[in-house]
Design a protein around this ligand. Structure first.
Ligand SMILES: Nc1nc2c(ncn2[C@@H]2O[C@H](COP(=O)(O)OP(=O)(O)OP(=O)(O)O)[C@@H](O)[C@H]2O)c(=O)[nH]1
Ligand SMILES: [Mg+2]
Length: 607
């Protein structure tokens, strides 16, 4: 296909504004997915995406479209990348935007412009993309097209007639939108002429057990076939193209890919860590200058992951390597912690990201893990003059050796119907926020809204702020944030002891003002979650050099087979075997067996 008949675009929006549903209708109109395979949000293929009804990974798909003007029809290739809306997955969005020339900015006409609308719009503008504003869900009885149009006009400074109206549910307006994509989004351009001048941007990866690393690419220049000798410009790693193809949306082999195309190359590389997203692929025989690539994402929270069974360390390492190939936003590094053994310190873009990764480790790799309480990073100036960066609360030094602690702050933007401002201000105060500008947003109407800019410690944003905002605003408030500067913090380490031993995974860093309450919460929660043991034990919270919260959990004697009368003797033996194994583990980790679910549930309570 010549360049003038290709359009590359993405759909960006706040979470749940209907991106994937709109993509469904485009796939139908262009007959990309056969009817029998069609289902709601068909591009959300991961098990976790379907369970939670959210997009986690971007998904490219190639559509063939017949564009009719008057009595003339022309064939176009439309390469769409559907992106996630949740802030934790914004690295996906930023990478997708470098592979396209235009973006559909979708705004839910029942909700209006939300915080992530602004963030993603900024990203699209910074990438120099053509933006097509579109209102979604116009079929809904709650749709407020005129009011929301005004908000979009204000935001983009555009003509109201330029804003298209669609319903992903009924398909209304989607045909017209496809026509506008052809008309308004510029075709791709090349830098180098000639088939042999090949350059492609790697915007994503996938790993297949028998085909190795599959790179998702946007071809910028030249042409590529199966069986060519290629090289990653950044990592200098050489490989052969074992297969090339496009997404429909599953991988579909093709004879070649050429400038302007979005597709994939099967590399056969089985070793993880060889190349990274943002790298440029070039021909080994004709090395052209690489592209500038992507910014490395800045982790927001850290948690350490250890195998339950130390023998699984190598397996965990391999799993993390493979996972990194399907999610380049998370990072990991080997780490040894005295009592938990060898594991990995992992960086995530937020709590949902952390939850998804740990869930995938369990599901896709069948690993039993211990995960420490998530933490942000702290910088310490110690009394002995040393400077330290602390990623894990367990390593947070005793107060007596600290001169000064610095913690990251974030710049936060909240958009909310004005009537909830009072509730939100109260909440902001409790989370140590500094309130900046408050602006009116949109021109009145029943749902007059405000946008508030604040600065607050990242630590406080991670302390259940998102859920509290939801309840303070009856679900209408939305939030986005960026990392800001480091500031001095008044915090200390809280340890949780079970049967007089510190459980390192439960240690956390908390504000000194809140340490008593935090200790009480953790101890109560653990008391509730921990199964009864054979013996009575104490659960305690210790901070500032003393025990500040304590609970005693009474023990009980229990034979796991006692509820089975007569019957199946082999099952009983199996259970006893299991019990024995359990006891062995117990010994390894002191006296108390803490099941994996307890670690996961304690971790969630730390949000
Ligand atoms: N009434 C109505 N509901 C819609 C429409 N489009 C989407 N929805 C509903 O809105 C919800 C979110 O739709 P999605 O398409 O998953 O939204 P999304 O923007 O892809 O969400 P993320 O990818 O997680 O950010 C689903 O419950 C859809 O059924 C529409 O046009 N009309
Ligand atoms: Mg989606």
């Amino acid at each position: 296909m010549d360049l003038s008949h290709i359009r590359n675009f993405s759909i960006i929006a706040h979470i749940d504004h209907g991106k994937s549903t709109l993509a469904d209708r485009m796939l139908e109109i262009t007959h990309t997915v056969p009817e029998r395979k069609m289902r709601d949000q068909v591009l959300d293929t991961m098990e976790l995406e379907r369970e939670r009804g959210i997009t986690i990974k971007m998904q490219p798909v190639r559509m063939e479209y017949e564009f009719k003007e008057g009595n003339k029809a022309q064939n176009y290739v439309l390469n769409l990348i559907d992106t996630p809306g949740h802030i934790d997955f914004s690295y996906e969005v930023s990478r997708a935007l470098k592979a396209v020339e235009g973006s559909i900015m979708l705004v839910d006409s029942t909700q209006g412009v939300q915080a992530q609308t602004l963030t993603t719009l900024n990203m699209a503008r910074n990438s120099g993309l053509k933006i097509i504003p579109v209102l979604s869900k116009i079929d809904s009885p709650l749709s407020r097209v005129d009011e929301i149009k005004e908000e979009v006009v204000e935001l983009l400074n555009c003509n109201p007639d330029e804003i298209l109206l669609v319903s992903g549910r009924t398909g209304e307006g989607v045909g017209r939108l496809l026509e506008e994509i052809v008309k308004k989004i510029p075709p791709p351009q090349t830098t180098y002429e000639g088939d042999n001048n090949f350059r492609a941007l790697v915007f994503d990866f996938k790993y297949s057990n028998h085909r190795g690393v599959i790179v998702f690419i946007r071809v910028l220049d030249g042409k590529i076939k199966k069986g060519e000798s290629l090289i990653f410009a950044g990592s200098k790693e050489k490989f052969n193209s074992l297969e090339v193809g496009t997404f429909s949306p599953e991988e579909t082999q093709r004879d070649y890919l050429s400038a302007g195309d979005t597709g994939y190359i099967v590399t056969g590389i089985k070793k993880p860590g060889i190349a990274s997203v943002g790298d440029t692929i070039i021909k080994a025989a004709n090395p052209l200058p690489p592209l500038s690539g992507y910014m490395e994402p800045l982790p927001v929270v850290w948690a350490s992951v250890f195998p339950e069974d130390a023998d699984d360390f190598a397996e965990l390492k391999l799993a993390l390597g493979k996972l990194k190939l399907s999610d380049s936003a998370f990072s990991y590094e080997e780490e040894a912690s005295g009592s938990l053994g060898k594991g990995f310190r992992c960086g995530f873009l937020g709590m949902l990201h952390l939850e998804i990764i740990t869930e995938r480790l369990k599901r896709e790799f069948n690993l039993e893990l211990v995960i420490t309480t998530p933490s942000i990073t702290y910088e310490e100036l110690l009394k002995n003059g040393k400077k330290e960066k602390i990623y894990s609360p367990y390593f947070f030094p005793d107060d007596s050796s600290i001169e000064k602690v610095l913690e990251p702050w974030v710049a936060v933007k909240i958009i909310t119907p004005a009537k909830y401002l009072g509730n939100i201000m109260q909440m902001l105060f409790e989370h140590e926020a500094e309130i900046g500008e408050t602006e009116n947003f949109g021109q009145g109407g029943a749902q007059h809204r405000s946008s508030i800019s604040v600065k607050m410690p990242l630590r406080e944003l991670m302390r259940n702020f998102f859920d509290e905002l939801k309840s303070a605003s009856s679900g209408y408030g939305s939030i986005s944030y960026e990392m800001g500067e480091m500031r001095e913090a008044n915090v200390t380490r809280l340890d949780i002891l079970v049967a007089d031993e510190i459980v390192p995974a439960f240690s956390k860093v908390v504000s000194k003002k809140r340490v008593e309450q935090e200790a009480e919460n953790s101890v109560l929660k653990l008391d509730e979650l921990l199964p009864r043991q054979m013996f009575t034990l104490k659960i305690q919270g210790r901070a500032l050099g003393r025990i500040i919260s304590s609970r005693t959990k009474s023990g009980m004697k229990k034979d796991v087979t006692q509820h089975m009368y007569g019957g199946d003797i082999t099952r009983k033996m199996k259970l006893r075997e299991k019990q024995k194994k359990g006891k062995k583990k117990m010994k390894e980790r002191g006296r108390v067996n803490i099941p994996q679910e307890v670690f996961l549930k304690m971790m969630k309570s730390a949000e």
